[in-house]
Design a protein around this ligand. Sequence first.
Ligand SMILES: Cc1cc2nc3c(=O)[nH]c(=O)nc-3n(C[C@H](O)[C@H](O)[C@H](O)COP(=O)(O)OP(=O)(O)OC[C@H]3O[C@@H](n4cnc5c(N)ncnc54)[C@H](O)[C@@H]3O)c2cc1C
Length: 391
Amino acid sequence: MSHGISIGIVGAGLGGMTAAVALQQRGFRNVTVFEQAPLLGEIGAGITVGPNITKILNGLGLDAAVESFASGTTTFGTNHYQTGERILFTERSLEEALKKQGALTRHLHRADLHKVLENAFNKEGDSLRLDHALEHIEQNDDGVTLRFANGATERCDVVIACDGLKSVVRDTLFDTQPPTFTGFLTWRGLVDADDVQGLDVVPHFAGYPSEGRMFARYPLRHGRQINWVANAYRPQATGEESWNDWTDVSEVLAHLGDYHSEVQRIINASPDGRCLRWALHSRQPLDSWTAGRVVLLGDAAHPMTPFYGMGAGMAFEDAAVLARCFEADNGDWQSAFARYEKARVARANKFHVKSLERGKTYMSADPADRAKQPSAGMAKEFVYNAMTVEI
Ligand SMILES: Cc1cc2nc3c(=O)[nH]c(=O)nc-3n(C[C@H](O)[C@H](O)[C@H](O)COP(=O)(O)OP(=O)(O)OC[C@H]3O[C@@H](n4cnc5c(N)ncnc54)[C@H](O)[C@@H]3O)c2cc1C
């Protein structure tokens, strides 16, 4: 069935593109995505695609495309930050993962995941508009007007705001407080496997927590690259709420100088000695994501710290559920928005709070805390299937 309602999506990130694909697949043909960047593409870093995301990708028919970039991850572990010795090691076959969680966990390059979504989106009819940075949004009883930095003005029946961490839509239409610095600094890098030859990549995902610090690495693209992430709790630091500032590896090593030589080898192999720096900020969770004809999705609705690995997961889940709500209500946006909020706000806000707590436990001063299974408590969360959950 084809639905006539015109839907504007602001932001072609992971949430926006998933919503766009899911809506098109449900017969919504009048979907236009507005993205500020002049070119689509993603930042050079990896992402954990948990079973909750995989179920959505499978449901959208994208399993083969995703599998071409990454197989399922079967080994996970925690190593001692100085000696590199194994503290925890979990091995789970693909069959076991499918049986327990209904889908696989994979580790992907964000650009590859984004490309899969972009390829699945039907871009006919000017439905993807790049170089459209939203500056102003207003609405009346008939629709929503979007004004962009390039001078363009667009009118839609409804708008889904997927404009991420620094959402213009959220700041314009919702009662928000300024972001506060969580005290955590994060650095990320991507290294060619050839530049760290002989690296032991079992377990596939390896974490190295210490008091107030953490390092993790996992291979990408069938082992051709190694993605790494480091965290340090530095409440006295200041920084922009951004994740794409470049810095030198010396800054990371100043915080992780006593880490195992294998960790230092990976960090040092970062191309041009550079990596991405991110000062983690947090905002108050919102009780409602709807303002008239406009609804928030993903980081725009619930920008969370990455310690539960659920930021993208929540954006994918929001997108899948919202598309299903539009379909269930046959394009009646008021009912669809109400149904969406009912299905999503509590779950997303739970992770908003839990992710910061988890970071503190994972980097606790108590070694017993650090030795806890990083995925403890996650099993029941991964059973959630946004493609079938009651809405
Ligand atoms: C390096 C990195 C690694 C991560 N790893 C994980 C992980 O392992 N697991 C996990 O679950 N989560 C992870 N996260 C978090 C996750 O990526 C985010 O939660 C997720 O991308 C949110 O999706 P989104 O669509 O809401 O926002 P984004 O993907 O950030 O997309 C927002 C889009 O909106 C566009 N935009 C912004 N403002 C405007 C505007 N004014 N006008 C038009 N367009 C605009 C942006 O250019 C962007 O394309 C990671 C984040 C980063 C940065």
